[in-house]
Design a protein around this ligand. Structure first.
Ligand code: KG4
Ligand code: ZN
Length: 354
């Protein structure tokens, strides 16, 4: 069975083809990624300092069909071979979601093939199943993206229990907003992480909100305020000392490293607490912040001490992509928890809990 996946929930248009191979001697064979294509809108949104929803939707319209053609060409498969068209149904920007859903449902109707709406976060959550070292159920999942930060117990495809989540900003948001305060371009997360490599994580004392709250919730809004206050203090001191507020290179890398250390410590400690509170020895990390090297190194070190295995998606599949949407559809169909439909009414769900 060939599944086409379309992702358009925010600022990336992604298209992918995944093949479901079925069973071999009683074992379910893992779905295989045949080809995928991605277009990032980062450059287009950069002058505005964030995603402009109307521009995002228009760009998805421009990109989706050329990316679909490129994906089919790469996989050397004609469109008629597609059995199911999967699309991100939510959560995300309503207009952006409508483009992917509209394209998917139009294709489904034209090909007389069923469609399947997929939850964007389920795509992230299951994306490590496309890696060379896929996890096994059950596991604890740390889902860290630009819009969500959650710890979950995952027992099987479709069986997810939220153990804790952010009560305000997401981890990716904390990276991006702090980066903005340091004067970095949107989306600042990856740039802040790059600068942090050269900085001293202990240079500035920043809070670790809710670290000792006794539950598995996160909070990053206070950290952002602390970064704002610290940056202001450093700038005031610069004015007093040299008559110029501009942050020096050393100050920027140290602020970046201190901010990253605070975010990562919260994510690592709460993940370890979630694992300790369960009898599970497996952690899956997914979502854009899962690409963060300091997070990966800290989790690897702490989990190795406790004989816990950690699984990540391939680096390029941490951020939004079509492959995770096609894969999530494939796994849901294989597990019998979703049935594609010929209802082509493409209702999207901009707000949708997993
Ligand atoms: O999962 P994703 O692509 O989109 C959402 O579903 O939100 O995550 C994007 C988020 C952004 O906030 C971005 O700054 C962050 O992931 N991100 C990173 C890194 N790469 C992406 N944050 C820290 N370090 C990185 N290397
Ligand atoms: Zn995402």
């Amino acid at each position: 069975m060939l599944i086409l996946g379309i992702e358009s929930s925010c600022d990336e248009t992604g298209v992918a083809l995944v093949e479901v191979l079925g069973h071999s001697s009683g074992q379910i064979l893992p779905p295989v990624l045949l080809a995928d294509e991605l277009h990032s809108q980062i450059k287009m949104h950069q002058p505005y300092g964030g995603v402009v929803p109307e521009l995002a939707s228009r760009d998805h319209i421009r990109r989706v069909l050329p990316l679909l053609q490129a994906t089919l060409d790469k996989a050397c498969r004609p469109i008629a071979d597609v059995d199911v068209v999967a699309f991100t149904q939510g959560p995300g920007l309503a207009g952006a979601l409508l483009v992917g859903a509209g394209a998917a449902c139009a294709l489904g109707a034209a090909l007389d093939k069923p469609v399947l709406g997929v939850h964007h976060l389920e795509g992230h959550l299951l994306s490590p199943f496309l890696s060379a070292d896929p996890p096994q159920f059950p596991f604890i999942a740390l889902l860290v993206s630009g819009g969500h930060t959650q710890l979950m117990q995952v027992d099987s495809v479709g069986s997810y229990k939220t153990l804790g989540e952010t009560i305000d900003d997401a981890a990716g948001e904390a990276f991006d907003k702090s980066a903005k305060l340091l004067g970095l371009d949107y989306p600042g997360g990856p740039m802040l992480a790059k600068l942090a490599e050269a900085g001293d994580p202990t240079a500035y004392k920043l809070p670790r909100p809710l670290l000792h709250s006794g539950n598995l919730d996160f909070s990053f809004a206070g950290l952002k305020t602390a970064v704002l206050t610290t940056v202001k203090k450093v700038k005031d001191a610069n004015v007093a000392e040299v008559g110029d507020a501009t942050l020096t290179e050393t100050q920027i890398v140290n602020l970046a490293a201190s901010t990253q250390a605070a975010i990562v410590e919260c994510l690592v400690k709460k993940s370890l607490a979630a694992l300790a509170g369960s009898d599970l020895q497996r952690l899956v990390v997914a979502g854009g912040v899962g690409a963060n090297q300091h997070l990966r190194e800290s989790l690897n070190t702490e989990c190795a001490k406790r004989s816990i295995r950690v699984h990540y998606p391939e680096l390029r599949l941490c951020t939004d992509n079509g492959a995770m949407i096609a894969l999530a559809a494939a796994l849901r169909i294989q597990a019998g928890v979703a049935v594609p439909t010929k209802d082509y009414s493409f209702a999207v769900k901009p707000r949708w809990g997993l």
